[in-house]
Design a protein around this ligand. Structure first.
Ligand code: GTP
Ligand code: MG
Length: 494
């Protein structure tokens, strides 16, 4: 008899139990009509982690080749069931094999298979890769057969990588680097992601953490020898030296002007100006298509529209915004508010001016913002450039309609982006989570430096909190709350 898992409250166990009737393999051999197996919820979740998982690891759809990956205890037997025992030997060697449905014997494909025996595999478990022809029917056929094998289930998004993390094959910063590498669209994003995936931040964080642990040991010694004032004070002085050096290092990483984050997330340029200045026309010119609505009606753009460019290998996000003026309606007012709020988070403002309007004044809202502003005088096809130039403004002169001057403007934007992100591929901080952890560690260290000689115990506590912050960064300790967010970023199959 087969029954679905269900939850019951058990007075005897005094906890929730999951009762599974007849779902274990080969239960029929036990000649029982009904088998009740009781697990705690924790056991049940652990059992789910023991499942063998499978998924298509290449992008879905028609392709030359598709790779289906299997990981877990049942991976080897899945391989032999589908391809025969010869396919598993030797491991880590690509073998050509016919894939068959073990039930019907029907041939599914002629492909290549690879077996990695744990722990020498991506996940640290036994892993099999089926390299098959990338047709939908082939992939569906192999996935269907895998799904029918015992203890086998489709992987959750990021579950292969999560298993790799849980088996110590990579730390959280390396997993984040891997996710970024998959998402990378530009050269610099790729370089930064590769550095993180290669363990640059992990190695640094582990080094800092071991320095903190050394300082902690000295602080503990100071506590133990508190009745021998000299010894205790000496140990604390040594700890302070270590911590001073570390604070200096962390400060220089934190003072990187967010170069890594900007490289990863994009250099943000906001296109602002009075209504009808030609902001949306410029955006369309940069996009090379009619991405946004252009009209001679003032107040056309109401919402922020972002455009992603790859300028010399850097990700640049250019945003169109509502023209700034005394708004006539609620919607336009909201558009202007959003535009100004966006401008405050940008790295460069392009202030677009209609050459014929002769209104070159920046609104006070923008003057207050500490962000470089580049004046762009547009519609130069209507006004002779030399006439406008004679006004003596430090500006770029363009025509969004004819495209004149736009190439030079793009070079300028690229220069600004290059300057702002120089050396960014070497940055250790690529995410807000990294920055937050380093700030917390720095705070703990600074607190330690403030303690008096007789407060060694409090000092040791500050060092513990600094070391915990770095432990959380790499995922060594207490990170359950961030795991979902990190591994949820991956697609199924990774
Ligand atoms: N001759 C000429 N006309 C332009 C140029 N750029 C824009 N225009 C025209 O100016 C008008 C307004 O252009 P938009 O791009 O919609 O201006 P905008 O700044 O986005 O306007 P709002 O969204 O209302 O703030 C349209 O009729 C465009 O065709 C240019 O370089 N030369
Ligand atoms: Mg517009």
């Amino acid at each position: 008899m087969i029954a679905a898992p269900f939850f019951v409250s058990s007075a005897a166990c005094d906890r929730h139990t999951v009762c599974i009737a007849g779902t274990m393999p080969r239960l029929d051999e036990l000649h029982l009509n009904l088998v009740l197996v009781c697990f705690s919820v924790g056991d049940f979740l652990r059992m789910a982690a023991d499942d063998t998982i499978f998924a298509l690891s290449t992008a879905p759809g028609r392709a030359g080749i598709a790779v289906i990956r299997v990981s877990g205890l049942g991976a080897q037997s899945a391989l032999t069931e589908i391809c025969g025992s010869m396919a598993a030997d030797p491991p880590r060697t690509a073998r050509r094999a016919f894939l068959r449905d073990p039930l019907s014997g029907e041939r599914l494909d002629d492909g290549i298979v690879l077996l990695f025996i744990g722990p020498k595999s991506f996940t640290g478990e036994d892993v099999v890769e089926f390299h098959v022809h990338g047709g939908r029917a082939v992939v569906a056929g192999v996935l269907g057969v895998l799904g029918r094998l015992p203890s086998m289930r489709l992987a959750e998004p990021g579950e292969f990588t999560r298993r790799a993390f849980e088996n110590g094959k990579l730390d959280l910063t390396e997993a984040e680097g891997l996710a970024d590498l998959i998402d990378a669209e530009t050269e610099s994003q790729r370089a930064l992601a590769l550095r993180h995936m290669g363990g640059a931040l992990r190695r640094a964080a582990e080094g800092w953490r071991s320095d903190i642990i050394a300082a902690q040991a000295l602080a503990e010694a100071a506590i133990d020898f508190s009745d021998e004032a000299d010894v205790g004070a000496q140990a604390l002085a040594q700890a302070r030296q270590v911590v001073h050096r570390l604070v200096h290092t962390l400060r220089s990483e934190l003072g990187d002007q967010n170069r890594g984050e900007i490289l990863r997330d994009g250099f943000r340029v906001v296109v602002a100006g009075r209504p009808n200045a030609g902001k949306s026309s410029l955006i369309n010119r940069l996009a090379g298509r009619d991405a946004v609505i252009v009209s001679d009606e003032a107040g056309t753009t109401r919402d922020i529209v972002e455009l992603h460019l790859n300028l010399e290998g850097r990700r640049v996000i250019i945003a169109d915004t509502a023209g700034i003026r005394e708004a006539e309606g609620k919607v336009e007012l909201e558009g202007i508010r959003r535009g100004l709020a966006y401008a405050r988070t940008a790295h460069l403002v392009l202030w677009v001016v209609d050459a014929m309007a002769f209104d070159f004044k920046l609104p006070s809202d923008l003057l207050e913002i500490q962000i470089p502003v580049l004046m762009v005088i547009n519609k130069c096809d209507l006004a002779p450039t030399d006439v406008v130039r004679r006004l003596g403004f430090e500006a770029r002169y363009i025509s969004a309609t004819t495209g004149d001057g736009v190439d030079v403007l793009v070079e300028d934007i690229s220069k600004f982006a290059a300057e702002r992100t120089e050396g960014g591929t070497g940055a250790l901080i690529a995410l807000a989570r990294h920055r937050e952890a380093l700030h917390k560690a720095e705070r703990g260290l600074l607190d330690f430096l403030c303690i008096d000689d007789h407060d060694a115990e409090i000092g040791a506590e500050h060092l513990r909190s600094a070391s915990a912050a770095l432990g959380k960064l790499t995922g060594r300790i207490d990170v359950e709350e961030v795991l979902g967010a990190i591994f949820g970023r991956f697609c199924i199959g990774k």
